[in-house]
Design a protein around this ligand. Structure first.
Ligand SMILES: NC(=O)c1ccc[n+]([C@@H]2O[C@H](COP(=O)([O-])OP(=O)(O)OC[C@H]3O[C@@H](n4cnc5c(N)ncnc54)[C@H](OP(=O)(O)O)[C@@H]3O)[C@@H](O)[C@H]2O)c1
Length: 238
């Protein structure tokens, strides 16, 4: 399979790239930090791996780059948009950056991917959203809002694919807590998964062509509970 992972330098994206590379797939890895992309590529000297440095916040350039990558490497069967940021106690500038990367950057690629697969006659698009998509929190409303946007956008693409028979699978991955650079400074985390365990479960959900998958699986129970909670009760928990 030909796979591109947007945001594969660290954490979940990197573990997912390592998993797919070790399974023999042809993987294109991307992110802002070229040296980390090259280090990952060099750790698998016998595999076909392509690297591309990109900042998803630069939407126009990113869309042009992905098109070029698809033309150069014979297309993609699976496109995984994993790039995302979250800032503890975000300033206004950091809130806007979160929107630029997690929401605007996501649409820049997801819209391209959908049109690409439509022309190709099918494919699978995967977005890494979050359990945070389900409800908001007092700590990072901007982060929750971007993930709710991402999950809603993917639901819309799924409905579009069904309605117009585009044969495009859209999988919404919603991790709970995963031990990565993004969560390093977090306190009070529970049910924390290693990125390797998360990657295994994500790859399984992708292969099963799930609509929505909670990572790890037990978070589905928390998601159901959170959806049901009235806001006054949610306020007491936080
Ligand atoms: N860890 C968790 O508990 C958790 C829970 C729920 C959801 N998630 C989601 O999972 C995804 C991966 O997060 P992670 O925990 O693995 O964190 P991470 O280790 O910080 O990884 C984030 C990845 O996104 C890339 N990225 C960030 N901004 C980018 C940009 N502007 N352009 C291109 N790439 C960019 C990073 O690469 P560069 O910095 O090199 O660009 C890196 O590869 C995120 O979408 C996050 O919201 C994580």
């Amino acid at each position: 399979m030909k796979i591109i992972i947007i945001g594969a330098t660290t954490g979940i994206g990197r573990s997912l790239a390592e998993l797919y590379i070790s399974q023999g797939h042809e993987v294109t890895i991307t992110g802002r930090r070229t040296e980390l992309l090259e280090a990952l590529k060099n750790s698998f000297p016998n595999q076909t791996i392509h690297t591309s440095t990109m900042d998803v916040a630069d939407i126009t350039k990113t869309r042009q780059t992905i098109q070029l990558l698809a033309d150069t490497y014979g297309g993609f069967d699976l496109i995984i948009i994993n790039a995302g940021v979250g800032f503890p106690k975000a300033s206004f500038e950091e809130e806007i950056k979160t929107i630029d990367i997690n929401a605007r950057g996501f649409v820049g690629i997801a819209q391209w991917a959908y049109e690409y697969f439509k022309t190709k006659g099918g494919g699978q698009l995967v977005g890494v959203s979050s359990l945070a998509a389900v409800r908001s929190s007092p700590y990072a409303p901007e982060y929750h809002a971007t993930k709710a946007f991402v999950s809603s956008y993917m639901e819309g693409l799924r409905l579009r694919s069904k309605k117009y028979k585009h044969e495009i699978t859209v999988t919404d991955i919603r991790p709970g807590f995963v031990d990565t650079p993004m969560t390093k400074q977090n306190k009070g985390m529970f049910w924390v998964a290693t990125p390797e365990k998360a990657a295994k479960q994500i790859a399984h959900a992708i292969a099963a062509k799930k609509n929505v998958a909670y990572i790890t699986k037990r978070y589905v129970f928390l998601a159901i509970l959170m959806k049901l909670l009235p806001e006054w009760l949610l306020a007491k928990i936080f």
